[in-house]
Write a protein of this length. Sequence first.
Length: 155
Amino acid sequence: MIRDFSLDIDALRGFLHLVSVSVWVGGQIVVAGLIPLLRKVDRSAGPLPEGEKSVTQKAAHRFGRISWPFFALAIITGLWSLGEVVANDEWTSSTSAWKILFFVKIALVAASGVGAWLHTRAQRAPERALFASVASLTALAALLIAASFQSSLPA
Ligand code: HEM
């Protein structure tokens, strides 16, 4: 294996894909860690005036405004990468395992998006927690699959 360096358009594509998935996956983990603290702030602030959102709700809303555009960027850069794979004739030369796992990854990404959307719509706390878990665990599984992808030159 020869390791090398090339700062080109492919590097930009990979960079944008990795940044977007980092925000989507990492953001969910960080927000989950901050929720207990935000709840504590809300409890100590006492009852809210009519129509006023709690700090937890405001933080969740703000996170959504950051995370959804990055999720969209993950899809755009992912499609861009897929276009490169096909254009370079790498799809046909890829192993069946890679192709199957690629579709599994796409299904997990879709489940993560649907889970996150259902999480924002859920009215009851147990459903919110369930859909938040679906959103983050499926995204982590997609990340694990992508991290296991290997490429090498044909012999
Ligand atoms: C939560 C969503 C996603 C995660 C966590 C994720 C994660 C990753 C990671 C870590 C890589 C490896 C990058 C590298 O080694 O340079 C990768 C590559 C790739 N991703 Fe994603 N991805 C996501 C969404 C998508 C989507 C929606 C698509 C397609 C529609 C996609 C298509 C690809 C392709 C084709 C590659 C291979 C790029 C190459 O080797 O040139 N990804 N992904």
